[in-house]
Design a binder for this molecule. Sequence first.
Ligand code: ZN
Ligand code: MN
Length: 487
Amino acid sequence: MPATDYIASIGLEVHVQLKTESKMFCACPVRFGAAPNTLVCPVCLGLPGALPKLNAGAIERTLVVGALLGCGTPEVVKWDRKNYFYPDMPKNYQISQFDLPLCLGGAVPLYELAYPKDAQKEIANPGKSVRLTRIHLEEDVAKSTHHAAYTTIDFNRAGTPLMEIVSEPDIESPEEAVAYLNSLRQILVYSGVSDADMEKGQMRCDVNISVRPRDQEELGTKIELKNLNSVSAVRRAIHHEIGRQIAEVEAARPIQQATWRWNDEVGQTELMRLKEDAHDYRYFPDPDLLPVRTAPFLDRIRGQLPELPHDKVARFEESYRITHYDASVLASDRALADYYEAAAAGSSAPKKIANWVINNLLAELKARALSIGECPVAPDALASLVDLVESGTVSNNQGKEVFAHLFEHPDESPADIAKAKGFEPADSGEIDAIIDEVVAANPGPVDDVRGGNDKAANFLVGQVMKRSRGKANPKQVTETILAKIRG
Ligand code: ZN
Ligand code: MN
């Protein structure tokens, strides 16, 4: 059977570190870059007799994410011990949630711009959402570093609040998995609960993946993939694993439920261990922690939910009359959206501001490897520059020169920069005289324009721009030329 006769079913388990001040079950600070094993106490070291205390902020933040993704929440949630031995967790159990997690159900919408760039033209299932099974809260383990002959363990990370977001196997391709991770990250950053940076380990992803013939209803045996350190690695790993599983099925070698790891250097998956099931962990309720009634937490977060990326896109289209694409680009990053909105709010030309932000500002930031948060040009400075161009005080090209200068000298005003560069609005008599000269010197194009060919006017406008050394406003010149020729 050709590979196209198979369907892949992919579910993602995403662990996200929450941005809280303190750890999940003790008061130790959550902070990166401190000297190893300096942010620790008996609780997060797992010393005998130490008792955990709940972090209410972590519960609230998880419920915020649940509310944004349309999850339900049980009236009472509880804490369970997930038992296994590993040196990064000396209690020999992780405090997690088993049958009563903070969030159940919900879905993640896949945003168009969240797909890989090369896949955005042909999105197989536009408007798709991926259903969620659950979101639970647990504690992170310590960080092991494997050296040549020994391993070191840093407990600063141990006990960091960790949200685990589990999806249904609704994802059908590596590209949808990328879109899921990028959309989820956008929403998490919007919600302010996490920076969710995969490269920094703040967001970690395991993939469950199976294949089955198109006409088979029941899912195939799933393989869990681990060690995926970037969104692009997730795409490569799934692509490889789908091919491997189809080849196995084709060769009549049954897939065995197991955990594999992705080796990004070699570009292939490697068997780690045959898979254990949930019951192997002997989950049981943690006797040190009481169950939690969720109603007071839900009351507290109501009314403080942020606007979601797709709601922002719709509002930008409506309020600022910009295209869906432009609104999606601007809303793809919360800081960029805030910047745009600050610039557009007081402006008469919000559409033009969108153009300047997307075409000029982002290019300039990229060239200098700056983030929007580090942008030296204030939103109101960009707005007044766009006003100068729109009012015809400076031409578009002059505007770009002012913009480049503004990047170097963000404390100067666009109007002052334009004046210093001698970009006075051209005196209309002078431009009028140039237009008359150009019309007289080009009878051919003038005839074409008279005959209804608007394109021929572009040539004449170009001539005027050249002779005025860019001082004229092309929009006004076009209007004047058409009026003069057609009467
Ligand atoms: Zn601690
Ligand atoms: Mn987990």
